[in-house]
Each structure stands twice: as C-alpha cells, then as structure tokens.
Write a protein that binds this ligand. Structure first.
Ligand SMILES: [Zn+2]
Length: 192
C-alpha cells in the first residue's frame, strides 16, 4: 500500500480566540507528539457537529482559569489547546498553528504537538478515527522533516507523568487518552 497523505481542513480561523498572548516555538523544537481523547461532556454522539464541538471547547479553554494557584490572579486561555483534532467520522482539522505553545501536557508543552481525537472517556474510537489518527501520525513522524518528533516519541497524555513506568515525566496524571492508549503504544512499538 502506498503512502496516503491525510486530508486536513483548516479551522484555525473558524475557532474563537482569547486575548491571552501566545508563546511561540520553532518547528525544530517539536520533539514529541501527544495524543489526547476528548473528556469534555457530553461524550461525542454519532452525527454530532464536529466544528461546533471544537468551538464549544475553545470557548471553555478561553474562559477557564488555568492558574493552579488559587490565590493567584486568573490566567485565561488563548483558544483551543490542541493543534489538530480528529472528529468521529475521521475528519481531520488543524485548529492552531504548530508554532503556538499550547497548554495540553503540563511541563511538555514547549516540545509537544497536540493531536486530540473526539473519543470520550470510556468510548471506543471509531474505525474512521483510527484510520485518520494513523495517517496523521505517519505524516507527522515520516513526512515532516521539519519536525523532529518520531514514532518513539509519540505518547498518550497520561503516559507523560511517570505513573506508567516509562514516558517523559511532565507531571501529567489523567486517564487521557483512554481507549486510544493501546493504539498509541502499538504505534510507538512499530506495530500499528
Ligand atoms: Zn489529554
């Protein structure tokens, strides 16, 4: 089977943005890929509006106080905190510039690109989502010479806290990416 590049929609200008200034990085700094599920309620139902869901989540990230210090002044988000999203029907969209450092994986934010799959907690990813995720990871790891991240540096969000034994210790403790995790691990092992 030949290489099939992913079809990626550009939703960067369709999503709301906050006033929080963004810190940028060079493509060469992207050493890792982080895979996320979609823990936001309600869980994605068949036929849901994929763009509307991203707009809702962007608004949530914009109005959420990200400051972990309860006594500190509020810190609000700059927009949706994922670079790419994969909808339930396999739709792939870019939602932020890759150069933007987003808040998705604690101490790994600077070096990690965020791919979010609309797969809720406890939900199995759809066949279309898995196909699109595989295409995205193949593209990012093997067809983007400007990005150093490779297969061996692709992790599920919750693996990046040390609690699974391996993975970077970035302080993450979460069930994310849920049922996607076995696929991420197989990808890293070279068997998916
Ligand atoms: Zn996550």
């Amino acid at each position: 089977m030949g290489y099939e590049a992913p079809v990626i929609l550009d939703w960067r200008k369709k999503l709301p943005r906050g006033s929080q200034p963004v810190v940028y990085r060079a493509p060469g700094e992207i050493a890792y890929i982080g895979v996320h599920y979609d823990g936001a309620p309600p869980r994605p139902a068949p036929g849901y509006n994929i763009l509307a869901r991203q707009i809702d989540e962007a608004n949530y990230h914009i109005h959420k106080n990200w400051n972990t210090n309860p006594k500190g002044s509020p810190i609000y988000g700059s927009g949706l905190m994922y670079h790419y999203i994969i909808g339930g029907d396999g739709t792939i969209a870019q939602t932020r510039d890759e150069s933007e450092i987003l808040w998705h994986i604690c101490n790994g934010n600077r070096v990690c690109l965020a791919v979010k799959v609309d797969c809720g907690q406890g939900q199995e990813p759809t066949a279309e989502q898995l196909s699109s995720l595989n295409k995205m990871l193949t593209w990012l790891c093997y067809h983007r010479p400007d990005i150093p991240a490779d297969r061996a540096h692709t992790y599920g969000h919750g693996e990046c806290g040390g609690q699974y034994g391996g993975g970077p210790r970035w302080g993450n403790a979460t069930d994310c990416p849920g049922r996607l995790l076995p696929y991420v691990r197989r990808w890293r092992a070279g068997s998916w």
